[in-house]
Design a protein around this ligand. Sequence first.
Ligand code: COA
Length: 336
Amino acid sequence: MSLATTPVDTHARILGIGSYRGSLIVPNADIIAAIDSSDEWIQQRSGIRERRFADEHESVQFMSVEASKVAIQRAGITAAEIDCVVVATVSHLLQTPAIATAIAHELGTDKAAAFDISAACAGFCHGVALANDMVRAGSATNVLVIGVERLSEITDPGDRGTAFIFADGAGAAVVGRSETNGISPVVWGSDGEYFDYIRQREDWRDVVGTPEEPGSGVMPFLTMQGSSVFRWASFAMAKIANETLERAGITADELDVFVPHQANMRIIDAMARSMKLPPHVRIARDIAEQGNTSAASVPLALDRMMVEGEARSGDKALLIAFGAGLAYAAQVVVVP
Ligand code: COA
């Protein structure tokens, strides 16, 4: 026998984007002493001049709600019309329940489905892919996708390989029905053989320990094999980006905006070179003033380009994100 299906015949697109940046502006000068570094070294190796950290009141939930309010308002709908909330994060430190449920409630959705996903820096692009499929399949009408991180809390300020990179913020997008298609098929995957390249340093059980052998009691910070990640991202991700253009049925000449994960300015430049992007394609470079916000980096960067007029409504934007796992996802979207 065949069961009933949800009768919908629709495309999907991003209806609105919003973002929220941690309010503390932290220049390189403020972090170099703890890692025996210099402003010049950090700028040269990563392109980062300053980063945004959350203050004590700017929780994962707070930043998510602020970014979402803007996205919902720009989408021209109300929170009650959101029927699914997907939150991509690795830095909400209460493991259960999903922070998405609290965010859905605070926003005033009407009992929206709500769950978290863990795909690290690629989380937002995973969320957009899921939202696209949910809307087209009729499982949801308006999906709120949030990428949010408060990485300052899980970054060791004395670790030379990570302390200057990671930062805090949130980005949100409402994905809803559309007469024309505004989200391409996703190209995604994982290279699990490199599972160890970026990870939480210790298992929580090692931190807690046992009565006989107490654990360290120290926050299990992020650790990263920087140069290995650098080599992987610079080469493998340009190939994925080109494949995504192909799946979207467009050439690099037809692309308007390139929004790669804001991991490191040198990776962004290497990808653009390797893809041979034509000069008219505008490239997101939010990292210089924001740092790397993992799941939040793509929507933060896209929102900035929209606000500054570098990305205009109707533009075709290639989103690509990659990180711990190593997990990656990319799609072309029409800018709302
Ligand atoms: N400040 C100053 N010097 C530093 C330093 C720091 N924070 N960290 C390392 N160094 C020194 C090392 O001691 C080494 O010195 P040596 O040549 O005298 O031995 C030199 O700089 C090179 O170290 P290395 O670790 O090879 O640096 P790198 O060129 O790979 O740059 C990163 C380090 C982290 C900037 C770079 O690997 C990177 O950006 N990787 C990708 C990270 C990323 O994007 N992660 C996010 C993915 S989601």
